[in-house]
Design a protein around this ligand. Structure first.
Ligand SMILES: Nc1ncnc2c1ncn2[C@@H]1O[C@H](COP(=O)(O)OP(=O)(O)OP(=O)(O)O)[C@@H](O)[C@H]1O
Length: 869
């Protein structure tokens, strides 16, 4: 173990390691990083490296894993991706000059929320570090993407809302000041979130007061302080790019829980978790990484303000109409690098000369974009251009300082242009004169000595030399030449003259390198002064890129600009389409459908066979609403919409892996959230509520929920169901309308028409769909028999139902019914009668003042009754 080994190196190691017990300590030894003790044992497993030992032949060998520094990044990434932290422990003095043990110290703590991967132009996702502070009355939450320096903060009422925000942000690390309950811990674990303790900061830090300047809420201020404190202590450097924290309220935006965003597949397909198949996949035609990230942010937070939405729509429309402007802009935007991240790298001091040039190239493109905007007919675009500062001076400064194709390393010289610094030019002159002199000397010496292949050369260890092959050794004028080095085939010499020039050249060279580095650092410092302006420019270009993207998508897919009204909640969509389903189908195959929910319609009760398109229809309405509030055009011929405040969904049977609850529990939980928090301004999608439990419980619950939504909530509700009995509700609930997605039978074959029509569906075709799916005929026959039995019994009880047998033709039907009737079981009929009583009881009951849980309890009690009977 490292601790029992008391050599000075191990003592130093243990002392540093003690301060970072929860991180892998990468201990720098020359050009290697080494991990010791438990870090080595665990690291070897996780990184698939060979475990060896240091101090092998002593009493206290230490487990060790080593890797060259040059490849360490990949290993750091792997560990951090798995949720671990890595502390980089560097040599803090020049080993050649150090007396005794080299000083070492931690230069950076890399954590899941602060890691910045790769170069400057690859990141489509933001990586947020989130800080949560529990105060007496609320929770403060703040988050930041270290690579861009943006900070947002809000205060929330409960840990449940905090968890939702964490999931929506896809945060990988939370700095939290409070204790976590087992349930919270479980949540963090399942959501793959690393929880870190806050680090107390000593002294005053300008960054903190700077970013806090616009905040008034105490919880938010605390959360931001904790966030910045953590960033400063892990990064161990000045973070000049941190932006003034922006406070937001979750109810400033259209609210959708993380589950809703997932169900509606806004940024990732629910099946694959990938971009393909999501709304983002359709809308993302951006050309810059920052545009892509911004579009994702817009999708997660659609707007509530009609003015703001209108402004985005104006931009989209102007770009949609101005084909040439759009093309010119995009040609230019393609060349813009990730300005946000480049700016972050400047602030963090990790920028290299090539990246500075990328910044300059990007800035040089801005005037081209401005020209395109200024030449447009649209005043919106011209006004937008007027707000953009192209930062020409910075572009000019960088491109006149750095050479065209600079090396990545700034410490080896060869990156500053000629004419930038007089002293540097002088050094370079000395070097080049010295080299000229060497060439002349070579020629001169060849002549003097008569050695044709005499060569002047340079080696790192021995410096400049005159090389003579062994065969010419006796021609060497030993009075002038001194031997320096003997090789197998040649001997190397020097002369006092050569030595003198060597000194001049090497001195100039080393001075030039140092000076170049100094000039590079000065240039970075100058650029650093423009960080806020660069960040602003980056945001402006990102917005332009997103608007371009929305305009292009609108044009390619024939979208329309939606209108908004704020005086009522009426929805009027003509020929609406599902943006993703229509895209994966062959052109023209998608059947558009209208949605007219005026003041007389709050609930659409949707019936129709499986696979007819009920879910698709409901989702299409929600996606159109979201796209509209994002500022996008929508897939419809026309759309008149209200501004929704929240969207709730209960869709499909997707298990909630994060909370680990049963399907039915999840279903009820989601329904419950909607019933509790939905308002008249909300949109609710309920797909097959009640399917996860016994039929009659499910139907009873579904009925009660519909009634509650109708009488109590008044939100716009799309409610798809296979419980046909529910369609009777239109008789008692005046703002409920039945609609169905149509299908028809032709030559004994089921044909889906996908057309939404008024009224309830008259058949469920369940067995027919099973037949389409290739279910074995025996099963189908058995199912048909069973269905028949049930229906005959039901028909006696509920005469309104006139379901025909799906698999047999009508001539056989009557005979069969007769037979079934004769086989009828009186007891069973009695049971069915009681069940019907219960259902009627539920419909007639006032559930106004009951919570969903109470209703569930009531249903359970009735069931018990039923069992007794
Ligand atoms: N308007 C439409 N035009 C063309 N095809 C459609 C349309 N709506 C749905 N479809 C097709 O029908 C398939 C099934 O749709 P969807 O999942 O919405 O059916 P459903 O009625 O909700 O089925 P279930 O009751 O089994 O959940 C879709 O995947 C799509 O291919």
């Amino acid at each position: 173990m490292a601790k029992s080994n008391t050599t000075p190196v191990m003592k130093q190691y243990s002392k540093i390691k003690e301060q970072y017990p929860d991180a892998f300590l990468f201990y720098r030894v020359g050009n290697f990083y080494e991990l010791y003790g438990n870090d080595a044992i665990k690291g070897a497993q996780l990184l698939e490296l060979t475990l060896t030992h240091r101090f092998k032949n002593t009493k206290h060998p230490v487990s060790m894993v080593g890797m060259p520094c040059a490849v360490a990044d990949t290993y750091v990434d792997t560990l951090v991706e798995k949720g671990y932290k890595v502390a980089l422990c560097e040599q803090l003095e020049n080993p050649q000059k150090a007396k005794g043990l080299i000083k070492r110290g931690i230069t950076q703590l890399i954590t899941p929320g602060t890691i910045m991967k790769g170069g400057s132009n690859e990141a489509e996702d933001s990586n947020y570090l989130t800080s949560v502070v529990r105060t007496k009355s609320s929770f403060g939450l703040a988050y930041s993407d270290l690579s861009t320096g943006e900070i947002y903060t809000t205060h929330l009422r409960s840990f449940a809302v905090v968890s939702n925000e964490l999931l929506s942000l896809r945060t990988k690390e939370v700095v939290y000041n409070g204790p976590l309950t087992d349930q919270d811990n479980n949540f963090m674990h399942k959501a793959n979130i690393t929880v870190s303790k806050p680090i107390l900061l000593k002294g005053k830090h300008a960054e903190i007061s700077y970013v806090q300047q616009k905040l008034t809420n105490r919880a938010e201020k605390e959360a931001v302080k904790q966030l910045v404190g953590y960033l400063l202590t892990t990064q161990k450097r000045i973070l000049a790019h941190l932006q003034i924290a922006k406070s937001y309220e979750v109810n400033q935006y259209l609210q959708m829980s993380h589950t809703v965003q997932n169900n509606l597949e806004l940024t990732a397909s629910a099946k694959t978790g990938k971009k393909r198949g999501s709304l983002f996949w359709i809308l993302d035609k951006t050309h810059t990484a920052m545009g892509g990230r911004l579009l994702k942010q817009w999708l997660a937070r659609p707007l509530l303000s009609t003015d703001k939405i209108n402004y985005r729509q104006e931009m989209v429309q102007a770009l949609l109409e101005g084909y040439f402007t759009r093309e010119n802009i995009i040609d230019a935007l393609k060349g813009v690098y990730d300005l946000e991240r480049l700016t972050g790298r400047i602030a963090l001091g990790t920028v290299n000369a090539r990246e500075l040039l990328q910044l300059a190239y990007s800035l040089q493109i801005v005037p081209v974009i401005l020209d395109a905007l200024n030449q447009s007919d649209s005043t919106v675009l011209r006004k937008y251009a007027a707000k953009i500062n192209p930062l020409k001076d910075i572009a000019q400064l960088i491109s006149t300082t750095i050479i065209k194709d600079p090396p990545v390393l700034a410490t080896k010289g060869g990156l500053i242009r000629e004419g930038v610094d007089k002293q540097l030019d002088r050094y370079r002159n000395t070097i080049s004169n010295g080299k000229k002199w060497l060439a002349q000397m070579e020629a001169k010496e060849r002549k003097k000595t008569g050695i044709e292949n005499l060569k002047v050369g340079y080696s790192k260890v021995f410096g400049y030399f005159i090389q003579v092959t062994n065969s010419n050794k006796d021609k060497v004028p030993l009075n002038r030449y001194t031997r320096k080095q003997t090789l197998t085939n040649a001997v190397r010499y020097t002369t006092p003259e050569l030595k003198e020039h060597e000194n001049l050249i090497l001195e100039a060279h080393s001075k030039a390198i140092n000076l170049e580095y100094k000039l590079f650092v000065e240039l970075c410092e100058e650029v650093e002064k423009y960080i806020p302006a660069l960040q602003k420019l980056a945001r402006q270009l990102a917005s332009l890129d997103v608007c371009y993207s929305l305009a292009t998508v609108a044009e390619q897919n024939n979208y329309c600009r939606p209108n908004f009204h704020t005086n009522n909640q009426d929805i009027k969509i003509v020929a609406g389409r599902h943006p993703v389903v229509e895209k994966v189908m062959k052109a023209g195959k998608y059947i558009p459908n209208d949605t007219h929910m005026g003041s007389d319609t709050d609930i659409y009760l949707i019936t129709g066979p499986n696979m007819s398109g009920k879910s698709t229809y409901m989702r299409q309405v929600a996606l159109i609403a979201i796209m509209a509030q994002v500022g996008s055009f929508v897939p419809a011929d026309s759309a008149d919409l209200p501004i929704f405040d929240q969207i709730f969904t209960r869709i499909g049977a997707a298990d909630d892996l994060i909370s680990g609850q049963s399907t039915f529990m999840v279903e009820m939980d989601e329904a419950n959230i909607a019933l509790r928090y939905a308002t008249k301004r909300s949109l609710v999608l309920f797909d097959e509520i009640g399917r996860g439990t016994a039929t009659y419980d499910g139907m009873a619950l579904a009925g009660a929920i519909v009634k509650y939504l109708h009488d109590k909530v008044g939100a716009k509700v799309l409610f798809a169901t296979h419980f046909h009995k529910l369609t009777d509700l239109d008789k008692t609930l005046d703002r409920l309308k039945n609609i169905h997605v149509s299908a028809t039978e032709k030559n004994n074959k089921l044909i889906f028409l996908h057309k939404v029509l008024p009224g309830p569906a008259d058949k469920s075709y369940g067995i027919r769909v099973a037949q389409l799916a290739g279910v074995p005929p025996m099963v189908l026959r058995e199912a048909t028999k069973l269905l028949k039995r049930l229906e005959v019994q039901n028909n006696k009880l509920i005469p309104t139902s006139k379901r025909p047998d799906p698999l047999i033709n009508s001539s056989d039907r009557e005979d069969k019914q007769e037979k079934d009737m004769q086989n009828g079981d009186d007891n069973r009929l009695e049971v069915l009668r009681v069940e019907k009583d219960i259902i009627d009881k539920i419909y007639n009951l006032s559930l106004m003042d009951k919570t969903p849980r109470q209703i569930m309890q009531m249903v359970e009690n009735w069931q018990e009754d039923l069992k007794d009977k």
